[in-house]
Design a protein around this ligand. Structure first.
Ligand code: MRU
Length: 323
């Protein structure tokens, strides 16, 4: 199943807001369609929004600089979005064919995910219990994924993992997307509420935690889906390795630490009413709905990119990787 397909000049996007109940492709045309798709999470996951925005930059007519700024403003935390639009703007300035460039970004992501998955798999053992948060699978990238990549690749190689996925409040990417992807791949997956992670760890059911990332600061702090830092704190408490898997382009050397990372804040209705038959709180009740949180570098066992595995100390490891 491909989330983004470019066929005969048309871009097809699997609408992730409808999953797991309906598999439907939409065909965005205008810059507003592309913006809406990113903003409302019809496409989501850091690498996937970068790929999608790259196609938008190639396919939508008009002032390309304005288009870049407009698309970048849809979601501020994932660096892959502005990284991809900057690369497309550069390609435009150099007179390159923009469709070819967008396809290259898409294909490169497939190669990166495969390498990240291979490195990640080298850290796991057949039969391991894995905890994952949000969705960092093929739906969030191009294929395999980052956080889920070792599991999907491992399945192909005959590994059997027992995966626990946090439902990931409030937008339920774990429930709606990760359990859907893993079920389809034939991987043993059990859905838990986010606040059950401590118990399954204490019960000895988890050997490693695997997550994706939206922005990695130069010191190794990482911005991940809201709730990830809680899983990292628990993992440290129980002595379980905590791995962050992401493409090299997720590292933002302009951010010294997590404090420099802008955290997207979303509408409180996502907490109160989006997935409920009736609202769970009064209309006037205030909500705070940050979409990401920062996992402090000392909680992370290793960061895995397509360039290899960076173990502690992360800051020094990232510095060596800088090119
Ligand atoms: O808000 P989302 O669903 O776009 O958040 C996605 C995540 O946090 C992913 O885990 C992250 O982007 C890594 S995707 C490989």
């Amino acid at each position: 199943m491909e989330n983004i397909k470019f066929e005969n000049g048309t871009l097809y996007l699997l609408d992730q807001t409808l999953l797991p109940n309906e598999e439907k492709y939409i065909t965005p045309k205008t810059k507003e369609d592309y913006f809406y798709a990113i903003k409302t999470l019809q496409v989501r996951g850091a690498p996937a929004i970068g790929i999608f925005a790259a196609y938008a930059m190639a396919l939508v007519e008009g002032d390309i600089k304005e288009l870049k700024a407009y698309l970048d403003s849809a979601r501020p935390t994932a660096v892959n979005l502005s990284w991809a639009t900057a690369r497309m703007l550069d390609a435009y300035k150099q007179g390159k064919n923009l469709i070819v460039e967008a396809i290259a970004i898409h294909n490169e992501d497939k190669e990166m995910c495969k390498k990240i998955s291979e490195y990640g798999l080298s850290l796991l053992h057949n039969g391991d219990g894995i905890l994952t948060h949000c969705n960092a699978g093929a739906l969030a990238t191009s294929q395999y994924g980052t956080g889920l990549g070792p599991l999907l690749l491992g399945k192909e190689k005959g590994y059997n993992f027992k995966v626990f996925t946090d439902e990931t409040r409030p937008l339920l990417q774990g429930a709606r997307l990760t359990s859907y992807e893993l079920e389809k791949a034939g991987i043993d997956v059990t859905l838990i509420c986010d606040n059950m992670a401590s118990l399954v760890m204490k019960q000895g059911k988890i050997n490693a935690v695997l997550v994706g990332a939206d922005r990695i600061a130069a010191n190794g702090d990482t911005a991940n889906k809201i709730g990830t830092s809680g899983a990292a704190i628990l993992a440290k408490h129980y002595g379980i390795p905590f791995y962050v898997l992401a493409p090299y382009s997720t590292i933002d050397f302009n951010c010294k630490s997590g404090e420099d990372i802008i955290i997207e804040e979303r509408n409180g209705d996502e907490i109160k009413s989006l997935f409920f038959e009736k609202p769970t709180a009064l209309n006037e009740t205030k909500c705070f709905n940050p979409a990401f949180d920062v996992t402090d570098n000392e909680l992370i066992t290793a960061i895995i990119t397509e360039k290899g595995i960076i173990k502690q100390p992360l800051k020094e490891g990232l510095e060596k990787l800088y090119d």
